[in-house]
Design a protein around this ligand. Structure first.
Ligand code: R5P
Length: 292
């Protein structure tokens, strides 16, 4: 296929795990959505293929797995091979982003290692809601951070005396952003403790009385669901009304979703930075604003 991209942002090239977001972004920007094929050899190695004549490309790839990291590097390289003079990389979710320091001697700074690798194939990075904004400094090319959390306010609907709760002090600013976007409600946070030997997370409610109020627990990511399910249980014990779990990145690994259900969550709402059934709102408008 011969195709020259006339759109200023270039052709959107989605990774296999970011096809909905890629389509939403193309629609938001009025940009062409590239027909990318994703193949795998018998030995497990990946091979992508992109349209063969490009001027500008926007690679959109959530690096939710080691394969997704490889796929991202291949998409960048394929875009260059296809003639793209400018490649922008959108990281809806940056895998390894939480490994932002060597926690004990001998460990790598994995976020830095992957950021360096990604930098080799792109002119610019747009990074959505990283766990720590400082990871943006690990890239060797300009990296713009986009905050998608305010978009989580839209699917919340009518809430009774809403209470926005972060599972720990570090996520409180996120809860405040969602409350501000919602336009009403109180904000508080739990005290969280994680046992690094067992992986068990316990959260303890702070002062705010949740009885009878609808509660929205806001976090950047739900991974195993341990953190948020602890918060849900605490809110159930406190007599809260409806309990909603809202996160930007719904990793929801393993049995996380049923763990949340067992804890008594009413709804899980999330963006499509990671594409899951809970991805009820698209991060595309926030990403598009950064690309325009
Ligand atoms: C940690 O500080 C993050 O903000 C999340 O709370 C955490 O990574 C969620 O992980 P999990 O769902 O496994 O408890």
């Amino acid at each position: 296929m011969i195709w020259a991209a006339p759109h200023p942002s270039g052709m959107i090239l989605p990774g296999s795990a970011s096809q909905s977001l890629g389509a939403a972004l193309a629609s938001e920007l009025g940009a062409p959505l590239g027909a990318v094929s994703y193949d795998r050899f018998a030995d497990g190695e990946l091979l992508v293929e992109v349209p063969d004549s490009l001027e500008e490309a926007v690679v959109v790839c959530a690096t939710t797995s080691s394969d997704a990291h490889l796929e991202l590097l291949q998409l960048q390289d394929a875009a260059r091979e296809a003639g793209a003079e400018r490649v922008t990389t959108v990281l809806p979710y940056m895998g390894y982003g939480r490994q932002d320091e060597a926690f004990v001697p001998g460990q790598p700074v994995s976020a830095r290692a992957v950021a360096r690798a990604i930098s080799t194939g792109t002119d610019r990075v747009v990074l959505v809601s990283p766990h720590e904004r400082a990871v943006a400094d690990f890239f060797d090319v300009p990296c713009e951070v986009v905050e998608a959390a305010p978009l989580l306010a839209e699917p919340l609907g009518d809430l009774r005396e809403p209470l926005f709760l972060a599972p720990d002090a570090a996520a409180r600013a996120l809860a405040e952003r969602v409350r501000d976007a919602y336009g009403a409600g109180a904000v508080d946070h739990f005290e969280k403790q994680r046992d690094y030997d067992t992986g068990e997370v316990t959260v303890h409610p702070r002062a705010t009385d949740a009885a009878g109020r609808d509660a929205v627990i806001v976090d950047d990511i739900i991974a195993t669901g341990g953190t948020v399910s602890g918060a849900v249980s605490a809110l159930r014990d406190a007599g809260a009304g409806r309990v909603v779990a809202a996160c930007v990145h719904p990793m929801l690994a393993g049995e996380a979703r049923s763990r949340l259900a067992r804890a008594g969550v009413d709804r899980v709402v999330a963006t499509d930075t990671i594409e899951r059934p809970s991805s009820v709102v698209s991060a595309a408008p926030a990403v598009a604003a950064a690309l325009q």
